[in-house]
Design a protein around this ligand. Structure first.
Ligand SMILES: C[S@@+](CC[C@H](N)C(=O)[O-])C[C@H]1O[C@@H](n2cnc3c(N)ncnc32)[C@H](O)[C@@H]1O
Length: 389
């Protein structure tokens, strides 16, 4: 097996085992006359456990067969030897193409992920929810469940949102390895719905040793949340009254900032970058800072002359620049929909995983950021101001 092929199969094996493979496609058939056009492989959760589902796409029909991981990987190898020249992995964290040329050369190429990360397909039955309602004190105290541990009808969307949030984060959390205690900061924790759920998941499902701090400037919320944490016996979860900008925290391994308004999101990302956090998760809202700066003098002025479209454009530019700045600081960044817009319009999530100290493409990213700003007549993104870029 050549080196590229070896790396490809190691990666494929790892994505399968961590359940972060979205799909694998085998294309570019070797025999042009063959009726088999391509093979698409995905993970499925069957009664007997996880398997690989192969869809064999023929000219006039599709045939589906399920295999265990070992058999499946073996079949992929054989198909690459005899039926196809090209294989594409789409995973939560990267896309990888492995190609064999007809004259026997091998190419391996890695790109940014392009598909929405998979999280939920194996948790979609109620009984499989990552956060269970039964005897979960904080859910009762927050009014999500009643005295019988049943989800209150008017809170069922909130309960789904909490589970969706944990499902989205699960693959990222699975990837982290800490030998000692994990320090988590939730900036702008609010009523703590998602803070409690993340603490519950990390300590009770993942059995991690966690110290979590919710930072919130509304005193009454801090008092209520601390009281619920004590009732729930969540000993290492504390809420502190203070600001995202100034609250002293000795270490941050995971930084969360959900729906922290406008530049409070930048303050949070800044703190994550400065603390060298392994994971930064934010769901921005109220994108005012960039919108106010828009000064478009090129053809795009017609795009931003309509109020609602200007607003949306400002959101896209604000969050794109955040994601690019994070990439320049060594984070691999994904941006995806958090919850469907029918529940809230604040639905974009930016997740950055620290993968290296220094991005070798740093200058190219800064040049790109400068070009985007010039296009929209933006002077400075607030995150740049904080980072003194
Ligand atoms: C929209 S709520 C979101 C609460 C929670 N993170 C969630 O998503 O359910 C935003 C919270 O952040 C707090 N907040 C906003 N800016 C803050 C800042 N600079 N420092 C501390 N708390 C802040 C607000 O008081 C509010 O409770």
């Amino acid at each position: 097996m050549n080196l590229q092929e070896q790396i490809f199969f190691e990666k494929l094996n790892s994505f399968i085992n961590t359940k972060t493979l979205i799909k694998l496609t085998l294309t570019a058939k070797r025999d042009k006359t063959s009726d088999l056009k391509s093979i698409i492989v995905t993970l499925v959760n069957l009664k007997k456990g996880f398997s690989l589902s192969f869809v064999y796409r023929h000219n006039t029909k599709d045939i589906t067969k399920n295999y265990n991981f070992e058999e499946g990987l073996d079949l992929v190898k054989k198909a690459l030897e005899s039926d196809f020249y090209s294989a594409d992995i789409y995973s939560n964290t990267e896309n990888i193409n492995y190609t064999i040329t007809p004259n026997g050369k091998y190419h391996l190429k890695t790109n940014e992920p392009t598909l929405q990360p998979i999280t939920t397909f194996f948790h979609d039955r109620v009984k499989d929810r990552l956060i269970s309602a039964e005897k979960n004190v904080y859910l009762r105290e927050l009014g999500i469940t009643n005295a019988n541990w049943e989800i209150r009808r008017e809170m069922s969307d909130k309960f789904k949102q909490i589970n969706k949030y944990i499902e989205l984060l699960e693959p990222y959390l699975n990837e982290l390895s800490f030998s000692d205690q994990i320090h988590v900061a939730d900036m702008g924790a609010g009523k703590g719905y998602l803070t409690f759920a993340l603490y519950d998941f990390l300590t009770n499902n993942q059995k991690k040793n966690v110290k979590m701090t919710g930072v919130e400037y509304r005193d009454e919320l801090v008092t209520t949340c601390n009281s619920i944490a004590r009732k729930s016996n969540f000993d290492n979860l504390n809420f502190i009254q203070g600001t995202i900008e100034k609250t002293a925290l000795d270490r941050i391994d995971i930084l969360i900032a959900l729906h922290a308004c406008d530049t409070a999101t930048d303050e949070a990302i800044y703190r994550g970058i400065k603390a060298d956090a392994s994971l930064i998760v934010c769901a921005p809202c109220c994108h005012k800072q960039i919108r106010k700066q828009f000064n478009v003098t090129n053809e795009l002025h017609n795009v931003v002359k309509f109020g609602i479209l200007k607003e949306r454009q400002a959101e896209i530019i604000t969050d794109s620049l955040r994601a690019l700045i994070m990439e320049a600081h060594g984070y691999q960044t994904n941006v995806f929909e958090f919850i469907s817009t029918e529940h809230t319009p604040k639905n974009v999530m930016i997740v950055g995983r620290k993968i290296r100290e220094r991005n070798p493409d740093r200058q190219r990213l800064f040049d790109s950021i400068a070009a985007i700003k010039q296009l929209f007549g933006i002077e400075k993104h607030y995150l740049e101001t904080l980072l003194e870029i």
